[in-house]
Design a protein around this ligand. Structure first.
Ligand SMILES: Cc1cc2nc3c(=O)[nH]c(=O)nc-3n(C[C@H](O)[C@H](O)[C@H](O)COP(=O)(O)OP(=O)(O)OC[C@H]3O[C@@H](n4cnc5c(N)ncnc54)[C@H](O)[C@@H]3O)c2cc1C
Length: 405
């Protein structure tokens, strides 16, 4: 901690939100030697959806110094399934880096406690209400205290504290509208289920109303969700819609034969937005607070890890050099973030055009190069610059968006 901080500030950095983004930012900043306060409004372990991870998160996970293999199901890849024809297409993901299907409650608790183990001060059940900026400091007002800091990181997830207060959230239309999901245990002992738990693949059956996720979790449990793109049939409860689609699905029929739901059916709506003001004088947003994408390619936690790490490294240098109030501090890193987010966005947008799913995903084995390029995107390999599929997705998006930011 600098002499200036000791005299004038309570902390170098206050981080709001103890999910993957906030715990990552807090841990890395504490590792860099800064005085960090991490605030979480709930208390861990708390339930959170978002179980399927990407291999290209592994470099950040290694920096955090945690073992994400412990108690988690290894994930080999992603399998897209056409429910009408039964056709399957497998995209292997874990060739160079490993990844896992994780239960978020214990995993997020591990990340949060890890921040404390690296020297961040952590507080639970404390909610950030307001953030007030001057040239010289940030005042963070919580439901319990007023805290003066040199820098503020917004990692409040889809609450997107700053984005919503400043009305800088823009919805992305025409993707999934809502998700309805449930968790099951006592999964059948049959060939289908054995194969799923042996490989740890995520299955993505495509149905007329949207798509399912089927995620194998440790302890032979399953997370099953339906993401709906179309209008819900009038008068039908979402739970009924979910159960109807589960019953009609041949693959779920085999997997859930004799299984038992051990959690309530839950729903999440309000998908897919960007935050147009992700950084400014003495603040930056990471994870879902910076933007959220329909979960079809499981990119959420990966973008949370990578955006938080980028911000932590930049803020570290700025605090050491004393230029943390520079309004353009994150301009270069934000371009990198945009490259990743926009790639995933363009990829998701194409997924929702059904011709793309059939022509590209289900025909991929006829074009091994395309299969490899899809696998790289699905793994989170977004910053290599040599993926032709990525380049064409991005240039098509730029044309459609008229080069608007
Ligand atoms: C239906 C669905 C399925 C998904 N599936 C996947 C998947 O398979 N794989 C994947 O990687 N991602 C998935 N995601 C996305 C994933 O859940 C998020 O991208 C990820 O949790 C983002 O992490 P985060 O740290 O930014 O936010 P969060 O994990 O939401 O953490 C934010 C934290 O901030 C706290 N908070 C909020 N406001 C305040 C406040 N004012 N003060 C203090 N604390 C506050 C919250 O309590 C929370 O703990 C899915 C999302 C949905 C909706």
């Amino acid at each position: 901690m600098s002499t200036t901080t000791r005299k004038t500030f309570d902390y170098d950095v206050v981080v709001a939100g103890g999910g993957p983004a906030g715990s990552t930012a807090a841990t890395l900043l504490a590792q860099h030697g800064h005085k960090v306060l991490l605030l979480e409004k709930d208390s861990h372990p708390r339930f959170h959806i978002g179980e399927s991870q990407l291999p290209f998160s592994e470099p950040v996970v290694e920096r955090l110094g945690i073992d994400w293999s412990a108690n988690n199901q290894f994930k080999n890849g992603a399998v897209f399934i056409d429910e009408k024809t039964g056709q399957r297409m497998h995209f292997p993901l874990s060739a160079q880096r490993r990844t896992f299907q994780i239960e978020r409650g214990p995993f997020d608790q591990l990340l949060f406690e890890n921040a404390a183990a690296h020297g961040a001060e952590t507080r639970q059940r404390e909610k950030v209400l307001e953030v007030e900026y001057t040239e010289a400091a940030v005042d963070v007002v919580t439901d319990q205290a007023r805290i003066r800091s040199r820098y503020f990181v917004d990692a409040t997830g889809r609450s997107a504290l700053l984005g919503r207060k400043r009305r800088s959230i823009s919805r992305i239309e025409n993707l999934g509208r809502f998700a309805v999901y449930c968790h099951y245990e006592h999964i059948a002992q049959n060939e289908e289920a054995d194969e799923l738990f042996r490989t740890g693949n995520i299955y993505i059956p495509v149905v007329d109303i949207g798509w399912f996720w089927i995620i194998p979790l440790s302890g032979r449990r399953l997370s099953v969700g339906l993401v709906v793109q179309k209008e819900k049939p009038a008068g039908m409860a979402v739970e009924t819609l979910f159960q109807n689609y589960v019953e009609q699905s041949p693959i779920l029929g085999r997997l859930l034969d004799g299984a038992r739901a051990y959690a309530p059916i839950r729903t999440e709506a309000d998908f897919s937005y960007t935050n147009q003001q992700r950084y400014g004088v003495r603040y930056a947003c990471c994870g879902d607070a910076a933007g959220f994408l329909d979960p079809v390619f499981s990119s959420g936690v990966f973008l949370a890890f990578t955006s938080a790490a980028r911000i932590a490294d930049r803020v570290d240098v700025a605090l050491k050099e004393g230029n943390e109030a520079d309004p353009h501090l994150h301009a270069d890193d934000d371009s990198e973030y945009r490259l990743g987010f926009d790639t995933m966005r363009a990829f998701v947008e194409r997924f929702y055009q059904s011709d793309m799913v059939h022509n590209m995903f289900f025909e991929a084995d006829k074009h091994p190069h395309t299969q490899e390029e899809i696998s790289r995107l699905l793994a989170g390999d977004l910053w290599s610059g040599d993926n032709q599929l990525q380049n064409s997705l991005l240039s098509r998006r730029r044309v459609l968006a008229g080069n608007r930011p």
